[in-house]
Design a protein around this ligand. Structure first.
Ligand code: SAH
Ligand code: SF4
Ligand code: F3S
Length: 443
């Protein structure tokens, strides 16, 4: 009997993609994936440390897996950003953990699962090889993530990512385009290029050129990318939004705050006027989304009012707003006492104001589409995403991978509801693989 593993993934798209790569490495070593932890021989937790809450989730999950270990000797591994942040300290805090691996060691998971240990040093930029995706993992799916770069060279004072993910390294474009072509060959129709700072890509061409090269892969219908830094929004990338038909009109461009003085303490390197100048050049029908941090150290009532005023005049389609959370190894943590921590009730009140403002805006923008049509790429029966990246539930018989037109009949904050009108592009029919390299069994 093959040994089985279960992966529990927290955090961003980088982690989702890393979990797939680790699963592929385990499959090559003869492990089989199961979809529930109870019967697994190995439980792997891929972790996020972006905010304290994310880190807490690891320890509550570990509490549950510890019981499994006591009952049936399950091996437990911790990967991802908390692993990288805590390294061997994690073994002191949770001695029942068998192994710890950072994001540069995905391929080593089978060895570590056998032998235990800690692998968290960063590899030199020149030595780093991006793990290759096995396209079979994506067979039967309409969408896939493709890693464009890793790491982050910025120094935003609130953020732990440069510490957990190391220096920026871009993947050579030829390798990346080849991966996209191999994904399209198994039926994938949309790729999302990912990286913590993806628009600073420099793998032999600019990011805008990369998008054009990816768009040239025959059969690929849609391109998205995430996530971007406003300082790296080049005129060339703005032009790509106007000119490349496969590039979807959705742009996630985290601004973090609407007051220059806060942006300065955050070390974001742009002013609100610069941000506004850049987004003014984007196509008018583009859906712009952003991230906001509320309660950053020293945030005054005046700065909060500037934040609200900025949000009120900017037509964000949607906004992800977070309470500031102090993180280890960050500049703002060192300045916390000097700048002044915002008391939680005050920060919560401000967060409520930001969210109420955006909720009204998002609702209004969704409702404006009632009765109209959206184009949806079907990801599972009756579900897909519009060009703007809105979730759409619809009635209709379209197959996974079809591109359909849907008449909008209802809206909510999180999704549209409607009925299929017509299939625009039919999904290609592929022969099933001769031998499935990766199998998933239900436990
Ligand atoms: N690379 C992306 C950000 C990735 S983290 C960028 O530069 O835009 C995703 C979001 O988490 C950030 O945009 C920020 O809004 C939020 N975030 C990061 N660190 C945080 C912290 N310490 N407290 C609260 N929110 C944080
Ligand atoms: Fe964090 Fe800033 Fe890098 Fe984004 S750009 S990952 S917020 S340091
Ligand atoms: Fe979290 Fe690490 Fe991603 S901190 S957001 S999993 S890069």
């Amino acid at each position: 009997m093959a040994r089985s593993y279960y992966i529990h993934t927290f955090g961003c798209q980088m982690n989702e993609s890393d979990s797939q790569r680790m699963g592929e490495a385990l499959a090559r070593a003869g492990w089989q994936q199961i979809l529930a932890p109870d019967a697994a021989d190995l439980v792997l937790v891929n972790t996020c440390s972006i905010r304290e809450k994310a880190e807490d989730k690891l320890f509550s999950a570990l509490g549950r897996y510890r019981l499994l270990k006591a009952q049936r000797g399950t091996r437990i591994g911790v990967a991802g950003c908390v692993a990288q942040q805590e390294k061997e300290k994690l073994l002191q805090r949770a001695p029942f953990v068998d192994f710890v691996l950072g994001p540069d060691h995905l391929d080593e998971v089978p060895r570590l699962a056998e032998q235990g240990g800690v692998a968290t040093d960063f590899l030199d930029t020149e030595e780093y090889l991006f793990p290759q995706a096995d396209p079979e993992t994506s067979r039967g799916r309409a969408t896939a993530f493709v890693t464009a770069m890793k790491g982050c060279d910025n120094v935003c004072s609130f953020c732990v990512v440069p510490y957990t993910r190391g220096r920026e390294v871009s993947r050579p474009y030829a390798e990346l385009v080849r991966e996209v072509a191999s994904l399209v060959a198994v039926g994938v129709r949309e790729v999302t290029l990912i990286g913590q700072n993806v628009n600073s890509y420099s793998g032999g061409c600019t990011f805008a050129e990369l998008i054009r090269r990816v768009a040239a892969v025959p059969g690929l219908l849609r391109i998205r990318f995430t996530t971007s830094h406003p300082m790296d929004l080049s005129p060339e990338l703005t032009r790509a939004f106007h000119e490349v038909p496969q590039l979807m009109p959705h742009f996630h461009l985290p601004v973090q705050h609407g007051a220059d003085s806060v942006l300065q303490r955050m070390r974001r390197k742009y002013t609100i006027a610069e941000y506004e100048r850049r987004i003014a050049e984007l196509p008018r029908d583009l859906s712009l989304t952003s991230d906001i941090i509320v309660g950053f150290p020293g945030e005054t009532e005046g700065e909060h009012a500037q934040n609200l005023a900025f949000l009120a005049r900017t037509a964000f389609d949607n906004l992800f707003s977070f309470l500031y959370s102090p993180r280890p190894h960050t500049g703002a943590l060192l300045k916390l006492a000097e700048w002044g921590e915002i008391p939680r009730p005050l920060a919560l009140r401000r967060l409520g104001e930001v969210q109420a403002l955006q909720m009204a805006r998002t609702n209004e923008r969704r409702r404006a589409r009632l009765g109209g049509e959206v184009e949806v790429l079907v990801e599972s029966p009756g579900f897909g995403r519009s060009r703007e990246n809105w979730a759409v539930h619809f009635e209709g018989d379209a197959a996974v991978g079809d591109l359909v037109r849907v008449r909008v009949q209802g809206t909510s904050l999180v999704a549209l509801r409607g009925a299929q009108e017509a299939v625009v592009v039919k999904a290609p029919v592929f022969e099933p693989p001769a031998r499935r390299r990766l199998s998933v069994v239900n436990a």
